[in-house]
Design a protein around this ligand. Structure first.
Ligand code: SF4
Ligand code: SF4
Ligand code: SF4
Length: 775
């Protein structure tokens, strides 16, 4: 029997060359997963450093309640040379695999790619920072953050104190990813639920790896440490000073960008060269200094590069267009690839000195430079030279040329058919032929610049460039403000919101995360944030979603970051930072369990996740989720018991976790009774067809079995109110979530009672005071 650190064994018979024993009872203390030399900061829980099967029991509890729902995009498997195998209509592959297991296997592979991507990124950061600062460099997040690494504490049992401790955490992550990925090989796992359990494990590893990476960069670069007043940074095409040499950083890894900022500062050139970024690198360089500017999310990548504003483009890793080299060279700018994960076929010039590299790049226009320390001088000096060379370079057609190009359109409609969002490109062309740019103006606002329309156009019309030119002409003043990523949530904030969140007085925490694969531009994400800020939810954001929120202004010209405080409190808008910083969102939920409810963290995953599932009314919204990293992030969040809503494209991930909306069973820890309760939260991962549907799902998925009647009434109030606002009627499933009359908000009593009567609603006889699914 294992209890905490103690193991008790009844031995009937033991015969070894040294020991002979019969009917003995042995008790011993073992330090599970204890890091070498680590202090005993909390008694060790049951599951430190969990292996693939360790948390399987927890996963199966979740999967029983939220069975996977598959939407195969393709019935074929072509992963091995036995195949390709047709798995349609109940057929099995040559290895015996069925379509359900194959879908779950693809989800596992996607989550492993995502987890490996974040673990690789974090490993790079930690490795680089250890080389620079030493293994013993302390992890100090300041006096107000004592629980510095809630995920690491809960998953591994390690309380990291130095950069060297983060290395141990990443060793564990990498070992798990290897085992998980190997399970996807032909002739391994055959059961879909076990594939799902492995995907949940990969998601958890992804979460842990992100925490290690973000903590490393926060302490090493002195990024804000939970600072609710982190500076407001400039955002948008319009804030880039085109009269200066411009360096554009694209990707996720802050290291090369930080050397550029350091070189500029050391040489007093901060005002001479413009540094800007796209995607998470943009957010992270603004956590290092408030001087750089954020161009925008990933979706603005192609348009901004085409605009020709950048003189030097630095690419690091993740979410970069794979044809970036071709696009940059077309504008006359130069490109430096700085990361081994994206070498783009370029010559490695890392061994040369900086002046030689500058000469090489001026001759060849691009190079691979893996010694990031050299990037600072090389990028800045190159930008100064290239900017002079390209002074009069025109990269976009002018408006007259847009009209002439449009006249070449044959109106075949292939562009519309190839657009993932079926935007009306052809119609924009037809209008532009007459000098009317309305169609292109609309397209500019909504399009996410994938370029698929252009790639298919039989007339080779530069549709993205035409759209960019019209956008540039009609939106001259695209300037916004975003709050720099503040990093973790402070312990003191958790102390003040813990009780109101757990009992439902704060109606929920809405986390807007993920990529820019949303069909209607940035506005939809900002609208979701605005709706819930006005309703006094806590709104948390990261990555491209955090940027999208900043790209909307009210009638007074203010962005939501200027209107709402950056604190983790009701009505607060918290930008944690880049995608790595997503860990602070789950971290906040874990801290509520620990700081508010005193649930021990150390190696105690299932109890913490059970607490979050039953008591912490948080929901993730990945409205533009696109990548395998997003799949891993969402699946990791799910394993902690937090539901996630995906945008309409999310169905392409092939799998959701949906309940049938019938009653759930939980145990009341107070009485020991097993009770049937309302289905909350109703789903674990679900897509919404449109933004209205998403907004209406949020209050519902913030409900928890632990809500007290006042808190549940508050949540029901918002559920009914948003539904009436967006659909003009009562929610069609409201009766499921009203437990007794006490759950009915006073202001809506009459109409809800009339509705419930019509539905034949009966109150629940009992609901649990201390719900758990761990029984
Ligand atoms: S892995 Fe199995 S299902 Fe896939 S191609 Fe090979 S034999 Fe067919
Ligand atoms: S694909 Fe090209 S030619 Fe055809 S309608 Fe679209 S823009 Fe015109
Ligand atoms: S670039 Fe825009 S309009 Fe063209 S296919 Fe992509 S989303 Fe559609």
């Amino acid at each position: 029997m294992i209890m905490g650190n103690n193991v008790e064994m009844d031995i009937k018979k033991l015969l070894t060359p040294l020991v002979k024993m019969k009917n003995a009872n042995i008790s011993m203390s073992i330090k599970f997963g204890e890091a070498e030399g680590e202090e005993e900061w909390e008694p060790m829980g049951p599951t430190p450093m969990p292996k693939i099967p360790t948390l399987r029991h927890w996963d199966f509890k979740l999967l029983e309640r939220y069975p996977p729902f598959y939407m195969p995009i393709c019935d074929l498997c072509c992963l091995c040379t036995f195949g390709k195998c047709d798995l349609s209509r109940g057929k099995k592959g040559a290895c015996g695999l069925n379509i359900k297991a194959q879908q779950a296997r693809i989800v596992l592979i996607a989550c492993c790619i995502g987890a490996a991507c974040h673990a690789g990124h974090s490993r790079h950061l930690v490795h680089h920072l250890i080389e620079k600062l030493g293994r013993d460099y302390p992890i100090d997040l300041g006096n107000e953050i004592e629980v510095e690494a809630p995920i690491a504490r809960t998953v591994t049992g390690i309380k990291p104190k130095t950069l060297g401790d983060l290395e141990k955490i990443l060793d564990y992550c990498e070992e798990q990813i290897t085992h998980l990925l190997s399970a996807a090989h032909t002739g391994q796992e055959g059961n879909y639920l076990d594939f799902e359990s492995k995907a949940l494990h990969a998601g958890m590893i992804d979460d842990l790896a992100r925490e290690a990476g973000d903590i490393a960069q926060i302490v090493a670069y002195n990024m804000p440490k939970g600072d609710e007043d982190a500076p407001l940074i400039e955002l948008g095409f319009g804030c880039i000073d085109k009269s200066k040499p411009v360096i554009l950083c694209i990707g996720h890894n802050v290291v090369p960008g930080s050397y550029i900022l350091e070189y500029l500062e050391d040489n007093n050139m901060e005002d001479e060269v413009e540094v800007c970024g796209i995607c998470c690198t943009a957010i992270d360089i603004t956590r290092v200094s408030d001087k750089p500017k954020v161009v925008g999310p990933l979706s603005r990548q192609l348009m901004f590069v085409r605009s020709g504003v950048a003189d030097v483009v630095i690419v690091d890793e993740q979410c970069i267009r794979t044809d970036i080299l071709e696009e940059v060279l077309k504008t006359g700018a130069v490109l430096i690839a700085t990361n081994e994960k994206m070498c783009l076929g370029l010559e490695d010039v890392s061994h040369m000195d900086e002046d030689e590299i500058i000469g090489y790049i001026l001759r060849n226009r691009a190079a691979l430079l893996l010694d990031e320390e050299k990037v600072g001088k090389v990028a800045v000096e190159l930008a100064k030279i290239v900017a002079k060379e390209r002074k009069d370079k025109k990269t976009l057609p002018n408006l007259n040329e847009v009209v002439e190009l449009a006249k070449q359109c044959t109106e075949c409609g292939w562009c519309n058919r190839n657009c993932p969002n079926a935007f009306k490109v052809k119609e924009a062309m037809v209008l532009a032929k007459q000098g009317n740019f309305e169609g292109f103006i609309d397209l500019y606002k909504r399009c996410y610049g994938c370029g698929r329309c252009e790639a298919i156009c039989p007339r080779n019309l530069p549709i993205v460039s035409m759209t960019t030119k019209v956008g540039e002409a009609y939106y001259k003043d695209l300037k916004f403000k975003i709050r720099a990523g503040r990093g973790p949530i402070k312990d003191v904030e958790i102390r003040s919101v813990g009780a109101p969140i757990v009992f439902g007085d704060i109606p929920g925490v809405v986390a807007l995360v993920g990529c820019s694969n949303h069909p209607n531009g940035e506005e939809e994400v900002a609208m979701i944030a605005k709706e819930f800020l006005e309703r006094k939810y806590i709104v948390v954001a990261t990555g491209c979603a955090a940027m999208a929120i900043g790209m909307w202004k009210d009638k007074d010209g203010k962005t939501l970051y200027e209107k709402y405080p950056g604190e983790f409190r009701a009505g607060g808008l918290v930008n944690c930072g880049s995608c790595l910083s997503n860990c602070h969102i789950t971290g906040a939920a874990i801290k509520i369990a620990n700081i508010f409810a005193k649930v021990p963290l150390r190696g105690n995953y299932a109890e913490v996740a059970d607490y979050i599932l039953n008591k912490v009314g948080a929901v993730g919204v990945a409205w533009g989720a696109m990548s395998q990293k997003a799949a891993a992030i969402a699946t990791g969040v799910n394993r902690w018991g937090i539901p996630v809503i995906l945008g309409p494209h999310g169905a392409k991930y092939r799998r959701l976790y949906l309940s049938n909306g019938e009653k759930f069973k939980v145990k009341d820890k107070k009485t020991g009774e097993i009770l049937e309760i309302e289905p909350v939260p109703e789903h674990l991962i679900v897509t919404a067809e449109n933004v209205k549907e998403c907004i209406c799902m949020i209050p519902k998925l913030c409900m928890r079995p632990n809500d007290n009647p006042k808190g549940r009434a508050n949540k029901i109030y918002h559920y009914v109110d948003v539904y009436e606002k967006y659909f003009g009627r009562m929610p069609p499933d409201l009766e499921k979530f009203v437990r007794t009359e006490k759950d009915i908000p006073f202001m809506m009593k009459d109409k809800i009672m009339a509705y419930l009567e019509e539905k034949g609603w009966k109150p629940l006889e009992k609901y649990p005071q201390d719900p758990t699914i761990l029984y």
